[in-house]
Structure formats: structure tokens, C-alpha cells
Design a protein around this ligand. Structure first.
Ligand code: ZN
Length: 235
């Protein structure tokens, strides 16, 4: 062991002793080599396992007849009051961006083992004001972890959330979403043409956000569309 490594380990132990990290699922103090969540919470996470049946599962069903999807994927099942809800809440509202990257890496390993490949990963955009106050887009953190494991690119700026005033809404093609103050637009259509795009988000409830984003990608001429979420809210 090099002298530098020894000093690094010593500093790490010292920091851990005085500034312990807590599990984002159950709030217990983490062991030194645990990351974001403890082993018990990791083992307890309810896996959706949709990647074993990507064209016929509870997420795919939400889009049937609305958006043509090649694969519908989610890492976990989302239930209110669960540790998964606590983890995702901390990812979204408590600055725990690394939890999103970690979820992406964990699920990316599962997808890689099954031989999944996509050309580009595109996260659902966050409203610019929200991104500014939060400092990051949690869906992009998940995209980053997936991209690392699958060794494919991700681009946070392919889609953007726009705000329209009422008069602009009247004039624009967004009329069909009349009443909504914001909507999704595509900024980099050339990047998605003829590509298999993996569109990603944190939690899927009704699927309407993914549907809006997916429609933009399909209109821009992507070859096929798949979606992946950290968790799917299933009954
Ligand atoms: Zn825990």
C-alpha cells in the first residue's frame, strides 16, 4: 500500500467518524464502504424486473394505445410510505444527486447483462426555474449512471421545457395542450433521427410526461423509442 493511499484511507476513516453518512432509505449510519443506502435497504428494494419482459409489463400497459414503445423499463416499484419513496424524495428535494447516478449504475448493470443497447439516452427535462433552484435534473442523474454502465451517450439538452404565455399558446402548435402553462419542445432533433432513444424519468405515475416527451422524439424521427424509470408507481 502506498503512503498516499494510507493517508487517504486514514483521512477517510477520520471524516467518517466525525461526519457519518446516513442511509437515504432508513436513516441508519452507513458503513464506510456503503454508498447512499445500507445493505439492508439495498436488498429490500422492490425490483420491478421489467427488463425480463420489456414489451409486456405494468409500465408498458400505461402507454398501450397512446405511445408506441419498444421497451418499457423500470428499476423499482414505487409505493407511498416505502423506503423507495424516501430515497427518491431525497434525490429530488435534498440535494442527493448521487443517488440518481447510483440508481442508474445499478439498473445499467442489469440492462447490460441482458444485452440491451440504445443509441442515446434522453432525460425528461426539468423546468428551468426548478433546475436552477435544485441545481440539477434528477432524471439526468439517472441517465448519467445508465450511460456509464451501458457505455452510450446521454444528452440533457435534447428536450426542453418551455413556458408559454396564453397569447403564444393560442398561436402555437401546442393548442392541443390548452390550459397547460408549460410544455415540452425538442432542441436537438438532428441527434435523435433514425436512432433508438431511451427516454428516462424518475417516477412514472400516469405516464403523461413521458408521453409528451416521447411524442416529440417520435415526431423528430427517432427510429424507435424505449422508456426507463427509476420506479413505476404500480398498484
Ligand atoms: Zn437503510
Amino acid at each position: 500500500m502506498s503512503q498516499l493511499k494510507r493517508i487517504h484511507d486514514y483521512a477517510n476513516d477520520f471524516l467518517h467518524l466525525f461526519f457519518p453518512e446516513y442511509c437515504l432509505g432508513c436513516s441508519q449510519v452507513l458503513y464506510k464502504h456503503e454508498r447512499n443506502i445500507c445493505l439492508a435497504c439495498y436488498l429490500d428494494m422492490p425490483k420491478a424486473n421489467y427488463h425480463n419482459n420489456p414489451a409486456d409489463n405494468a409500465l408498458n400497459t400505461k402507454f398501450r394505445g397512446r405511445t408506441p414503445l419498444r421497451f418499457a423499463l423500470a428499476y423499482l416499484l414505487y409505493r407511498k410510505g416505502s423506503a423507495v419513496q424516501a430515497m427518491i424524495h431525497k434525490l429530488k428535494y435534498d440535494g442527493e444527486r448521487d443517488m440518481g447516478v447510483y440508481f442508474g449504475q445499478l439498473y445499467g448493470q442489469d440492462l447490460r447483462e441482458k444485452g440491451y443497447h440504445f443509441d442515446l439516452i434522453v432525460p425528461v427535462p426539468l423546468h428551468p426555474h426548478k433546475k436552477q433552484s435544485r441545481g440539477y435534473n434528477q432524471a439526468a442523474a439517472f441517465a448519467e449512471g445508465l450511460a456509464q454502465e451501458l457505455n452510450i451517450p446521454f444528452d440533457e439538452d435534447v428536450l426542453a421545457k418551455h413556458i408559454f404565455t396564453k397569447s403564444q399558446t393560442k398561436k402555437s402548435r401546442w393548442e392541443r395542450w390548452a390550459g397547460l402553462e408549460s410544455s415540452i419542445g425538442i432542441k436537438k432533433a438532428d441527434l435523435v433521427q433514425a436512432k433508438h432513444i431511451l427516454l428516462v424519468d424518475d417516477v412514472v405515475t400516469t405516464g403523461s410526461t413521458l408521453e409528451m416527451c416521447g411524442q416529440e422524439l417520435l415526431n423528430a424521427g427517432c427510429a424507435s423509442l424505449s422508456v426507463a424509470a427509476i420506479a413505476n408507481a404500480a398498484d
